[in-house]
Design a protein around this ligand. Structure first.
Ligand code: MIC
Ligand code: SF4
Length: 646
């Protein structure tokens, strides 16, 4: 029986010999050696506050990088103070610091540091982007990344490995974005939870590293632990053009590798697609959407802002005009790409057509500006279209490829690019440009300078710490939500709030703002409470604020039909109990403000079954026992009992 690539990567990072050479069973806790970490600024301040609190004298990874890419509007002192704090911690521990303007963490990491065979954890859910280069690249909560740096270890429950077998080759105007939209159509937004998606088959050979990275990036939208491609001749080609051929190692699955499930996609059968409002798995063919009037087109993000993506956009725009009713905005993935666009004349083609240009960074993807007008149709090359994420609650956001975006920006309506004529191939440059002056690199990675003063602006407040878990809890329900609650719902992110990522008390005023604006006041009044949720509770971002802010507001447990992986870990790290319904229909019995009583919690965590006495019915006087489940490892139980991992 052959090994798949995902397992080979796991096996080469297992710490100790806890499994005696046997493959861990699905769900078993594994300690993995961490080679690299990345952070970005909107989650990074929490990571580095936690690292500082651990009082370590050294970071134990081979390489750790602190990127500034999300909060760059600097409309007050707060963002700039956060940057200064992160820069000072980076200097103290010999961490590489990427200055604002250098670009998006995932694009930069792929260009500069991703290495086949290494394990990367990052405090951002799109960290799997680097899986496009044969790495095990996993998004994690901030505390897990801080622990990864301090102890060099990351704990993960053994996932399933799902094979996505690609055959054939893409037709003109059909792109890597359409491949991942197809995977989302097959598996849905929770289809990858506790699974690694491994891409195999002849079709893989036709995809470049940047195309593979688009696919692994958006695997996050399936809830997948990560996605991975083999490291092959195309990987060597990309690394050579990046001036890093010596970082190459060939890696692939054994020929008789086995998988927990297999899905086959014939690339030649795909056509241009979109994810319709308001979910990345609401897939439709562009041909079915053609003719819908478009108000805004936004091109960029860690999914689709590579050199090839943006050069293609420039070729489409060359000599044309953006439609009078459309605002086209472009944000490059990295400063190196921006430099190349300038060198190759692409910037003047974009400007010539009437595009608006932003600095390299996340920008509109995280609602940092460029919110569309009320009720607008916005086509975005990004990866998430949860309601309100654009900053405009009633905007209709469609996720599309750069090709569909650029062509539609010209016509003013959603347009199938196959009707647009010939597509000019963009060859990869012989050498990708470098922009060395946006980096602050220590002479030797991770060599600490412990006397560096840490710069703490007045907006940086301590993070809340959980309380040890009692064996019994009696709690009122402060909020009952529906399905697919994202971390953007729990703790929204936009230009008005991102400056407060280091200030949990301030953020708490906007907790669940898109769902129920009365929640913060109610939770505060109740003191301690529980949230009841539906399916895929906590999908989307890795932001641990979506756990820390409810913790600050007194939330002690979340009972849901199912959880997204990173958010579930963040709840545990915050000391908040994540429980699921044994019978999903029991969800219907619960209503806001009813009281729930959990008994024998310790025993229940061990056995996986906790009985809850709940007030049900309209008068609230009827009591019922509702069985709940806890599916977690011994280590998670210990963290919960201690009141969190901090
Ligand atoms: C996102 O795309 O939602 C973010 C912003 O990059 C987040 C991180 C954050 O909330 O700061 C993510 O994907 O983890
Ligand atoms: Fe930035 Fe958007 Fe990528 Fe998140 S998804 S890292 S906000 S570009």
């Amino acid at each position: 029986m052959g090994k798949n690539l995902a397992y080979k990567l796991i096996e080469s990072h297992l710490v100790g010999n806890a499994f005696d050479g046997k493959q861990p069973e699905f769900g078993e806790n594994m300690a993995l050696r961490v080679d690299q970490t990345l952070t970005q600024d909107s989650t990074g301040t929490m990571v580095y506050l936690q690292l500082e609190a651990m009082n370590v004298s050294k970071v134990l990874t081979e390489l750790s990088v602190a990127y500034i890419d999300h909060n760059m509007l600097q409309s007050g002192f707060e963002n700039a103070d956060d940057h200064a704090f992160i820069a000072s911690v980076a200097e103290k521990y010999g961490i590489v610091y990427s200055k604002p303007g250098n670009g998006i963490c995932h694009q930069l990491h792929l260009e500069n540091f991703a290495k086949p065979g290494k394990l990367l954890i990052g405090s951002d859910s799109h960290t799997p982007t680097c899986g496009g280069m044969g790495m095990l690249a996993i998004g994690a909560g901030g505390l897990d990344v801080a622990i990864g740096m301090a102890r060099g270890v990351y704990h993960l429950a053994m996932p399933k490995v799902i094979e996505i077998k690609l055959t054939g080759a893409l037709k003109p105007w059909v792109t890597a974005k359409d491949v991942i939209l197809k995977v989302l159509q097959i598996l849905g937004v929770s289809g990858g939870v506790n699974a690694i998606l491994e891409y195999t088959g002849e079709g893989v050979k036709s995809l470049s590293v940047p195309q593979r990275a688009t696919i692994t990036n958006m695997g996050a939208e399936l809830g997948a632990t990560t996605s991975v491609f083999p490291s092959d001749i195309n990987t060597l080609d990309f690394l050579t053009r990046q001036g890093r051929a010596s970082d190459y190692t060939a890696l692939e699955a054994d020929s008789a590798a086995t998988y927990d499930a297999t899905h086959t996609i014939d690339l030649s059968e795909l056509e241009p697609m979109a994810a319709k409002p308001h979910s990345p798995d609401a897939i439709a063919m562009i041909s079915q959407l053609s003719g819908i009037k478009v108000d805004q087109v936004a091109i960029g993000s860690c999914t689709n802002a590579s050199y090839a993506d943006l050069m293609t956009v420039a070729k489409i725009l060359k000599g044309k005009s953006v439609h009078p009713n459309v605002s086209l905005v472009i944000s490059p993935g990295s400063s190196a790409i921006l430099k190349m666009l300038a060198e190759h004349g692409a910037l003047s083609d974009m400007i010539g057509a009437g595009a608006r240009l932003l600095e390299a960074g996340c920008g509109p993807c995280i609602g940092m500006g460029q919110s569309p007008k009320s009720g607008a149709v916005s086509l975005r090359t990004f990866n998430r279209n949860f309601q309100g994420r654009s900053g405009t609650k009633d905007a209709q956001v469609y996720l599309v490829s750069p090709e569909v975006a650029a062509v539609s920006a010209i016509t003013g309506v959603i347009t199938d690019p196959r009707t647009f004529g010939e597509l000019e191939e963009i060859p990869a440059p012989n050498t990708y440009a470098k922009s060395e002056h946006y980096w602050v690199k220590p002479l030797v990675y991770n060599t600490p300078q412990l006397d560096t003063p840490i710069q703490m602006g007045p907006n940086i407040k301590p993070f809340p710490v959980g309380e040890p878990l009692p064996n019994e809890l009696t709690l009122p329900i402060s909020l009952k939500t529906g399905d697919k609650i994202s971390t953007d719902d729990i703790m929204p992110s936009h230009a008005g709030l991102l400056p407060f990522r280091s200030n949990v008390p301030r953020l708490s005023l906007d907790c669940f703002a898109t769902v129920d604006t009365t929640f913060p006041a109610r939770a505060t009044e109740l003191g301690r409470s529980v949230i009841v949720g539906g399916h895929t509770y906590g999908q989307g971002s890795s932001r641990e604020h979506a756990a820390l802010v409810p913790l600050y507001l007194g939330v002690r447990a979340v009972i849901a039909k199912s959880f997204a992986r990173i958010h579930r870990s963040n709840l545990i790290n915050a000391g908040i109990l994540p429980l699921t319904f044994a019978e999903e229909t029991d969800y219907d019995q619960l209503k806001e403000l009813s009281t729930l009583r959990l008994e024998n919690i310790y025993e229940g965590l061990e056995s996986g079954r906790i009985n809850m006495e709940a007030e049900v019915g309209t008068s609230g006087h009827l009591k019922r026992i509702i069985p709940l489940k806890f599916e977690g490892t011994e280590r998670e139980i210990e963290i919960l009992k201690a009141g969190g991992g901090a």
